[in-house]
Design a protein around this ligand. Sequence first.
Ligand SMILES: Nc1ncnc2c1ncn2[C@@H]1O[C@H](COP(=O)(O)OP(=O)(O)O)[C@@H](O)[C@H]1O
Ligand SMILES: [Mg+2]
Length: 228
Amino acid sequence: MPILSLQNVGKHYDTDGQTVHALNDVSLSVESGEFVALVGRSGCGKSTLLHLAGAMDFPSQGVVFIDGVSSSTLDDAKQTRLRREKVGFIFQSFQLLHTLTVEENIELPLLLAGRTNAREEAIKRMQWVELDGLGSRYPHQLSGGQMQRVAIARALVHSPKILLADEPTGNLDTSTGGVILSLLQRLTREQKTATIMATHSTEATAVCDTVVRLRDGRIEEVTHSRQS
Ligand SMILES: Nc1ncnc2c1ncn2[C@@H]1O[C@H](COP(=O)(O)OP(=O)(O)O)[C@@H](O)[C@H]1O
Ligand SMILES: [Mg+2]
C-alpha cells in the first residue's frame, strides 16, 4: 500500500464570490523511499497539493489517504497528531526561529510533542545532514545552504514517513541547490520517506524517481525518470 495516495482530488477556494479551482481530479500515489518532483508554472497548484498531502488542508472533492487513513475523516486533534507524527515540511524560506540555536531549532518539534530525548535525536539528525559541530550557532551565523540543512534536520527529527518540500532550493544558488537536492535524494533512500518536492529546478528532475507535471490544477504528465 502506498504511504500517500490522492484519489480524484479537487480543491477549490471561494473568495469574494469567485471560485478558484486550484486542483482538479488529481490522482497520485507515492511509495516509501520514492522521490517525486512536482513541476509546473507558478499557480498550477503545487503548494496546494503539498498542503493536502500533509493534512494541512483538506480536499473539496476526492480523498487523501495518509498511511491508509483519509485525512478528511479526522477531527482537529487527530489531524494535528497525524501531521506531527507522519509529516515533515521544508520551505523555500527555511522558516527557522532566529532566537534559537541550530540544535534548539531542530529539537523543538520533539519538545512540543513532549519527548524527553529531543537533544539526542537532534544531534543525530545534525549528522545526517552533515552539520556536526554547528549546533550552538544561530541561524544568522549560517549560509543559506546550512540554514536549509537545519530545516531538513528539523523536518526529519521525528522520523516522518512523508517529507514535503516546497521549492526548497528556490532561495539558493545553483551549486548549493544541487547539494541540497543530492542530500534530499540520499535521505529519501536512507530514511525511506515518501518525498514530494515542488520545484522549478531543472536539475531536480535528474535526482527524482518520478516527475509529476501539473498544468492548471491537473496532472498533465507523469514521468518515471530513474529506476529505484
Ligand atoms: N488560500 C487560497 N485562497 C484562494 N486562492 C488560493 C489559495 N491558495 C492558492 N490559491 C490559488 O490556487 C491556485 C494554485 O496555487 P498554488 O497551489 O499556490 O500554486 P503553485 O504553488 O503551483 O504556485 C492559484 O490560482 C492560487 O492563486
Ligand atoms: Mg507554490
